[in-house]
Design a binder for this molecule. Structure first.
Ligand SMILES: Nc1ncnc2c1ncn2[C@@H]1O[C@H](COP(=O)(O)OS(=O)(=O)O)[C@@H](OP(=O)(O)O)[C@H]1O
Length: 270
């Protein structure tokens, strides 16, 4: 959806109603819970790639890297649309103007989509047995995930108010945040990785040596690129460059949904 169309929706003036609803003990948005059957029955096509993450683990970073790989390092092509339109979240049923992954028009014409699939190991198993070409999972350590999630929840008006920091820490540890427990998520996918075609990556490894980690993704995707393209991908997906990229930094979303003056989406990246 273009910016003009977004403006027509007058989102700036409308407070966003946010309702949450637990499903199997996991907190989700009501839209997502109500849509769960569709998500559960989602049929991947053999060319589909899933980027799976707990929230704030480096989803956007992985999405940008994969898009750059798929487009042979063509920066212009990777600026064709926002991250969430290039790789829609399957289960994240969103209010307009944002795209929802299970909607019939997408995502998976676009080949890659992202997903969180919080509700426990059964889901992890079911999803990872699906007809995916592969699943790239990225994990990030609990402390940085928690800090990032807290600041994101302050600026993201679609999310429940995180409340005071001390209380938020306890809620996170107890898994009483959207998409449930960080521990169950990273553990569930860790367990699944040896039984299915899953590339399990770590944010910290990507930070330490992006070249090495991007090469792992290339191998997983069975893709050959030149050294020059590889260096271009490393540069274009660095924190400083992505922070300035409106198609990756979520600044095209109306302020009533995400208020970057409270905390930018691309916050510290460390
Ligand atoms: N290129 C690059 N390098 C390093 N770090 C990066 C990069 N891109 C995004 N980020 C950081 O990842 C955090 C956002 O995570 P997600 O993309 O998973 O967020 S979301 O769940 O999709 O909302 C968020 O982390 P914090 O800065 O700690 O809040 C982003 O800054």
């Amino acid at each position: 959806m273009s910016w003009e169309e977004m403006k027509d929706l007058q989102l700036e003036e409308k407070p966003l109603p946010l309702e949450t609803k637990e499903l199997n003990g996991i907190l989700m948005t009501k839209m997502m819970s109500d849509n769960w059957d569709k998500i559960w029955n989602f049929q991947a096509k053999p060319d589909d790639l899933l980027i799976a993450t707990y929230t704030k683990a480096g989803t956007t970073w992985t999405q940008e890297i994969v898009d750059m790989i798929h487009n042979d390092g063509d920066v212009q092509k990777c600026q064709r649309a926002n991250t969430f339109d290039r790789h829609p979240f399957i289960e994240w049923t969103l209010p307009l103007p944002l795209n929802s992954g299970t909607c019939p028009a997408g995502p998976c014409g676009t080949v890659t989509c992202a997903g969180r699939f919080a509700p426990g190991r059964r889901v992890t198993e079911t999803i990872s047995k699906g007809n995916w070409k592969g699943i790239i999972y990225m994990a990030r350590n609990a402390k940085d995930s928690l800090v990032s999630y807290y600041h994101f929840s302050r600026m993201n008006k679609m999310f429940p108010d995180p409340g005071p920091w001390e209380e938020y820490i306890e809620a996170f540890k107890a898994g009483k945040v959207l998409w449930g427990s960080w521990y169950d998520h990273v553990r569930g996918w860790w367990d699944a990785k040896d039984r299915h075609r899953i590339l399990y990556l770590f944010y910290e490894d990507m930070k330490e040596d992006p070249k090495r980690e991007i090469q792992k993704i290339l191998k997983f995707l069975e893709k050959d690129i030149s050294e020059e393209v590889l260096n271009k991908i490393i540069h274009h997906t660095s924190f400083d460059v992505m922070k300035q990229n409106p198609m990756a930094n979520y600044t095209t979303i109306p302020t009533s949904m995400m208020d970057h003056s409270i905390s930018p989406f691309m916050r510290k990246g460390a």
